[in-house]
Design a protein around this ligand. Sequence first.
Ligand code: HEC
Length: 141
Amino acid sequence: MRVAVVSILVVVAAVAAGCGAVKTVTSGDPAKGKVLFVQKCGACHILEAAKTQGTVGPNLDWAFGPDKEQGFDYSTIADVVRGQIAYPDTKPSTGKPGMTANLAHGQDAKDIAMFVAQCAAVPNCVAKPGTVSVDDLGAKS
Ligand code: HEC
């Protein structure tokens, strides 16, 4: 299970880096990202901190919890989320519906990535308001 999750992360990051169309997420507003996540992502994804219940896509607490346990940088998680928004698997081999590409753009997509990086697998997470650096996400406020 752990190995599988890490390999997904590496593949998504590699795809994102290869295309070069989306840049590294350096900063954003996780509190805004939370609102956008509920609107644009929650219908398909469970993320406890956002209280969303969608089950079309993977549970994002489970997707990123192991990465956090293993000490991955939050910036890596933010980049994976940003890459996923731009380059999702729109037609999974399972035959189930895939994820629509580019559900959010520009700063909105970065804000969402910052929120997921900060709050995935942290059920009582309080999303940081205002623009913060990705390097400050893990720091206790
Ligand atoms: C129409 C349903 C749908 C919506 C809306 C949706 N997703 Fe997804 N998502 C999926 C599906 C299905 C997958 C699995 C296929 C894939 O990896 O692309 C997925 C995969 C993911 C993954 C990879 C998880 C893993 O285990 O590898 C992330 C991260 C993700 N979505 C984030 C988001 C974010 C952020 C949004 C909002 C901008 C969003 N999704 C909106 C259906 C959706």
